[in-house]
Design a protein. Structure first.
Ligand SMILES: [Zn+2]
Length: 249
């Protein structure tokens, strides 16, 4: 159940597993997190709406449409990651959802049948279009995408899920975008990782309202199952990040 007041939404049950067993967890930067005792989901409650959040990060990586923060290292890392994606993108239709400057979509375009990048940040999309003309880039929001009939064999969405105001809307969009039996590759900070500081407020990744929610393996297992995705594997990571591949049933 949700109660909306102005730019914030207060919930009395867990947005992931719908259980009312939620408690106050921690405060940082004057934002208050709750934790679900059933699925470990940690989320801002009240939650700022998407309009508020969009204003905060539109200018984070793109000062202008001609430059992109850490562009050369992002491009190098995209090509280094390509072998991991290869079995799922070779001669397939691929989408990077939350593509930023388009680096991953560009690397994938050399092996896929088609490569698309979508981002809500207009400046990022303009930059990506200018730089990588072999990729299809679009600036679209969640409601545009829910109406879309376009479906992909592989969807990559890296470091997006921790930013979205309405986690269930984001999941509906992913469900809409991935073909039946298609693959979904997600990365997000891992709150259950041994390297997370004991005093979690000292962890720089806990930075509301940039990141509005956090997950463990348990949380994402519950959440992705709810939307018809079976997690096939969690990739090993020495850093506190969840990296996992799921398949739509
Ligand atoms: Zn829960």
């Amino acid at each position: 159940m949700k109660k909306s007041s102005g730019n914030f939404v207060k919930t009395i049950s867990c947005p992931v597993c719908d259980n009312p067993n939620i408690n106050y967890f921690i405060k940082k930067n004057d934002y208050s997190f709750d934790k679900c005792n059933e699925c470990d989901f940690i989320f801002l409650n009240p939650m700022p709406n998407q309009t508020v959040l969009n204003k905060i990060y539109t200018d984070e990586d793109t000062k202008t449409t001609d430059g992109y923060k850490k562009a050369s290292s992002r491009l190098r890392r995209a090509f280094l990651k390509l072998p991991r994606f290869l079995p799922y993108v070779l001669n397939k239709n691929s989408l990077d959802f939350g593509c930023g400057g388009g680096f991953v979509a560009y690397a994938i375009s050399f092996v896929s049948k088609s490569s698309t990048g979508i981002d809500i940040n207009e400046k990022a999309v303009i930059y990506a279009k200018k730089r990588f003309n072999r990729v299809n880039f679009f600036c679209k929001n969640f409601s545009d995408l829910l109406k879309s009939q376009e479906k992909y064999d592989f969807v990559h969405s890296s470091e997006v899920i921790e930013h979205v105001s309405d986690i269930n809307l984001y999941m509906q969009v992913l469900k809409q975008l991935v073909k039946k039996k298609g693959y979904l590759y997600i990365t997000t900070p891992d709150l259950g990782h041994p390297k997370v500081p004991e005093d979690i407020t000292k962890w720089d990744v806990l930075c509301p309202p940039i990141h509005v929610q956090h997950f463990t393996k348990k949380t994402v297992s519950v959440l992705f199952k709810k939307y018809g995705f079976n997690i096939i594997k969690f990739y090993k990571n020495r850093k506190p990040g969840l990296i996992f591949l799921s398949q739509k049933s």
